[in-house]
Design a protein around this ligand. Structure first.
Ligand code: ATP
Length: 281
């Protein structure tokens, strides 16, 4: 098996407070998992606020270094990528999608400009080739350059903007997309269409997705594998349906009971039973 991404015993500790009340926050404690290059997948990190999800994402993206342990992308230590050329090559392969598409795009800049800047930065192409790359990337998210050209972020919905953010991420031809809470600012009615896009990217482009969320409903629907984080620890990991259907850890169970919608078949049966009891009374 060739490894796309490997986290080995990764820890991140932050020092917080002032000179006299300094303390340490262990944001991530000994995290480990591997993504296989030959088997693109949607790998989901679930956990409540403060459990360490974003810290893991930032370390995978190379925006934060582990305190200990290593993160390797295609065999290379991410923390060791120093030169501009190495960083650029890595960033082309590992692209982020952020939570808030309204913040990701400056309201005074047209959206196609962002796409163009990304194409120029990573592909070193001329205007015509950049347009082609932009149109192709937009095509993967159900849009076209003609639809997006000259538009500003305030003219579009959160869902449309997040599609454009996905298209922007696709331009350099990534192998991995790290999407940190990508649907939490999107209307509930559009969330599934965004996570469905991830499935298309996995199946049609062979892109792996690290999907970070506290939304168990989309996690259950879309994920191949899942890890559940609690206070910096990975408390559960494995096949998504197996973990989310039959959680072992008390925290995962509490999370599932609190968030997952009830089983509709069981709910209907319970309702019918209640009706038959009250009509018999
Ligand atoms: N730069 C930092 N300095 C100090 N503490 C930090 C820093 N970044 C994160 N933390 C702390 O690390 C812990 C994990 O934070 P993290 O943002 O990774 O959690 P999360 O699961 O992504 O939460 P959320 O869903 O709210 O984004 C929290 O206690 C947080 O306060």
């Amino acid at each position: 098996m060739s490894t796309l991404l490997e986290l080995a015993n990764v820890t991140k500790t932050f020092s917080v407070g002032g000179l006299f009340d300094r303390s340490k926050v262990e944001a991530v404690k000994g995290a480990g998992f591997t993504l296989d290059d030959a088997r693109p997948e949607i790998f989901t990190i679930v956990g409540e606020s403060g459990s360490g999800k974003t810290t893991i994402a930032r370390m995978i993206l190379g925006n934060e270094s582990p305190t200990s342990g290593t993160i390797r992308f295609m065999g290379e230590d991410v923390a060791g990528l120093r030169s501009r050329r190495q960083r650029l090559a890595f960033m082309a392969r590992v692209q982020p999608i952020f939570q808030n598409p309204f913040e990701a795009f400056n309201p005074l800049t047209t959206l196609d400009y962002y796409l163009y800047a990304t194409a120029r930065r990573f592909l070193q192409v001329d205007k015509a080739e950049a347009d082609e790359a932009m149109d192709r990337a937009l095509g993967h998210v159900g849009l076209s350059l003609a639809e997006v050209k000259g538009r500003y972020s305030h003219e579009l919905s959160g869902g449309q903007l997040q599609r454009i953010a996905v298209a922007r991420a696709l331009i350099p031809g990534p192998k991995l997309i790290v999407a940190d809470e990508p649907v939490s600012m999107v209307d509930a009615s559009l969330r599934m269409s965004i996570v469905n896009l991830f499935r298309t990217l996995r199946d049609e482009l062979g892109v792996s997705i690290i999907y970070i969320t506290h939304d168990l409903a989309t996690a259950y629907y879309i994920s191949d594998r899942v890890i559940i984080m609690h206070r910096g620890d990975i408390v559960e990991a494995g096949d998504a349906k197996a973990v989310l259907d039959h959680p072992n850890h008390a925290y995962s169970l509490a999370l599932k009971n609190a968030v997952l919608p009830p089983d509709p078949v069981a709910a209907r049966k319970a309702l019918e039973m209640r009706r038959s009891v009250s009509s018999a009374a």
